[in-house]
Structure formats: C-alpha cells, structure tokens
Design a protein around this ligand. Structure first.
Ligand code: MG
Length: 395
C-alpha cells in the first residue's frame, strides 16, 4: 500500500481523533480521500463532514433517543446502528480503516475490517486491551498491519523502524502525569470534575481525560503496547514526563535509547499512520508547530507514584492476569468514570470501585468476542450495583 491517494473509512468521525483525522485529510487533499464515515450521535457535525468530504457511505450509530430521526432527515441514505459500523469497516473502496470510536464499539468493526484485508489505523485503546490476542492473531493471519494512532505507541513504533524485535530491552512509555501529578493523596479525595477535566498538555474527550487524571489511561496504554509490539510486561515501563515533548522511548540490548519528540500534537501520529511507510511533507507551521529546543529549555522526568494512582496498578494487574480481567477493567472503568462525571462518585472512588469489581470477577481464559463483551457488560452492571449499594448505605 505505497500509493496515494489512500482511501479512508473513518469510524468515529465526530470525536476528537475523528475530527483531527479529517484535519489531516483537509491538509493533504492529494494524498487522502474519505470514502466512508461513521459517527455515534453528533448528526449536525456528521452532516457538515458529509457535505465537505462527500463519502460514498455514511452511517450513524444512533443509540440515543431522537438521533435516528434526525439522522434520516439530515442524511439521506444513512445506515443506522451496528450494521453501519460494519459496513464502513469493510467498505470495498477503503484502503485504511481508522478506528476512532470510543469504548467497546470498536471491537467488532475492527475485526471485520481485518477480515476484509484493510490496513488498521487504531486509535481505540479498548480494542487491544480487551481483545489483543484476537486482534493481533487475526491481523497476522490476514497479513494486515495494525498501525497505532496514540502518541506513545506511534513514538515506539517510529523508534522500532529498522530494528530487530530481539534487540528490544525495554519499551518506556512517557506519561504527562495529568493534572494531579503533585496533588497529595489527601487532596485527591476532594478534587472536582472540572479540575480532573483540565489536562495540562492534551485536549481530548471527557472519558480519556479522566482516565489521564487517574493514570488509568497510562495503564491501558501499557496493555496496548504489550499487544502491538509483542513485548511482555516485564519489559515495559513508564516514566512521568510533564512537558509531553518526548512521546516515548525504546531501550535496546546494547544500552542505546531512541526517543521520538515533537510538540504535543495528535495530528502527527495520525499523519504517520495514514501515510506509512512514507512521511508527509508539512509546510504549514500552524498545523505542526516547530519545536524550538531553546524555548523548551528543560525536560523533566520522574517516577510514577503508584500509590496515589492506584488505577495504574489495577490496569497492570489485570493485564498480567489476562483472561477476561482486562475486559472487566474496561467495563468497570467506563462505569466508574461516568459515575464520577455525574457527581455520584468521588475521584478516589473510581479506583476503589474498579478494584471491588475486579475482586468479584470470574475470569475466562482465551475469551472470544462474545465472552469479552459479556465480561465487560458484567463489570459495568456490577460497578453500578456496588455504587448504588454504597450510596444507599451512606444515606
Ligand atoms: Mg496516549
């Protein structure tokens, strides 16, 4: 797949990564063409995107009341529901499928896209966290590349180009540390939703922003890296780097370390995945800002405090245990973050609730797609029940 234009099917076109993917297409109109778009519920924005990019297929998941009617009105010929996601993922004209839906919804379409021989540009973490064994096996069998759209994994992937996997000593993911990097455990008890949503270096959707504040996001990224690069947990580490300039590193067996740097930008990982193995020539300094080292001055690194950020520990434990533990982790976290955002749970309660759910989980080894989704749904339900019970006790 070395020729342009590349034809893109985009799952999750109205989310943060989806919109930035379309920014890239807009900047490089000769290199990319959008052939299919899928969004969940933001019908107005989806209609604008359709008008601008003229895809041959548009679909809307429409899982909230009133969305389907609006979608049918604004988007003639729209396909509704899960069927739409699968049609976008396997669209006959598409070369690359960008999987940028959030949460569980990415799993089946990603597997379908692999089955249809599409190159996968993967922004959805949950897919690999829950089903890394299925996805990577299927991709290998189909000879389909799975390319990361996540700044850390894109960095590692770039560092590994031209290297032998047997020469890897350690993958080192960098973490900004989030808004509570230096907040004491005591003060963490009373942080507000607004404080948790104010990420110092990255602008993202609410779920991933809260996951970044609890460092669950970094935990999920370690699990993701384990599958993407086939490196075991003993050889993956995390270092806190608040400036988010070094996006990750790879240490090799001879002691040499490669790292990848840029000012924080999701456009770059997207460009890398979409243009691979080529690089796009950026001439717009507003789009990708130039990194001036003398302006940066200092880069800082520190250890991650696992005690103040128990979500990181929980993610790693779930990853190491394997089976459906990571699925239960994802489900419990989704529910806990929603409860926190709605004010029903305090910040430290997120980790406590997830831990309680994981303690009750009966894991299944080598789960298939149904078992994966069931484990996740079980965890959501259990988290909801546990939190209700706790609220009624305290009243
Ligand atoms: Mg990341």
């Amino acid at each position: 797949m070395n020729t342009f234009p590349r034809r893109i099917a985009l799952l999750g076109s109205t989310g943060s990564i989806g919109r930035q993917t379309l920014d890239v297409v807009r900047r490089f109109p000769n290199q990319f063409r959008v052939v299919a778009l899928a969004a969940r519920s933001n019908v107005e924005l989806l209609a604008q995107q359709v008008q601008e990019f003229k895809p041959s297929l548009v679909t809307c998941f429409a899982d909230t009341p009133g969305v389907e009617e609006k979608a049918r009105e604004l988007l003639p010929g729209v396909v509704i529901g899960e069927q739409g996601l699968l049609e976008v993922a396997t669209h006959p004209e598409a070369d690359v499928v960008v999987a940028a839906t959030s949460g569980l919804r990415g799993l089946k379409p990603t597997l379908a896209a692999i089955g249809a021989g599409k190159t996968i540009a993967l922004a959805n973490k949950e897919t690999l966290v829950m089903a890394g064994h299925l996805v990577m096996q299927a991709a290998q069998r189909a000879g389909v590349p799975v390319l990361p759209i996540d700044s850390e994994h894109s960095a590692i992937w770039q560092c590994l180009r031209g290297e032998e996997s047997t020469d890897i000593q350690r993958l080192l993911l960098t973490a900004s540390g989030g808004p509570f990097r230096h907040t004491s455990l005591e003060a963490l008890q009373s942080v507000t939703v607004e404080q948790a949503l104010a990420h110092p270096t990255w602008r993202m959707g609410p779920k991933i922003t809260i996951d970044s504040a609890t460092l669950m996001n970094k935990g999920l990224e370690v699990l993701e890296a384990r599958w993407l690069f086939d490196v075991d947990y003993e050889h993956i580490d995390v270092v806190v780097h608040p400036e988010s300039i070094i996006h990750s590193m790879v240490e090799f067996v001879d002691g040499s370390i490669k790292m990848q740097a840029s000012l924080p930008s999701m456009h770059l990982p997207i460009m890398n995945a979409l243009a691979y193995p080529q690089r796009l020539h950026n001439t717009d300094s507003d789009f990708i800002r130039e990194l001036r080292w003398s302006d940066v001055g200092h880069l800082n690194f520190e250890d991650l405090d696992r005690e103040r950020f128990p979500c990181f520990r929980l993610a790693l434990e779930a990853g190491k245990k394997g089976g459906t533990y990571p699925c239960a982790l994802v489900g419990a976290d989704e529910e806990a973050v929603e409860l926190f955002l709605s004010g029903a749970l305090d910040f430290l309660g997120i980790a406590r609730l997830i831990e309680e759910v994981l303690e009750r989980h009966q894991s299944i080894e080598q789960p298939d797609v149904t078992m994966i989704l069931e484990a996740c749904a079980w965890a959501r339900k259990t988290a909801r029940e546990l939190s209700k019970r706790r609220t009624s006790h305290s009243n």
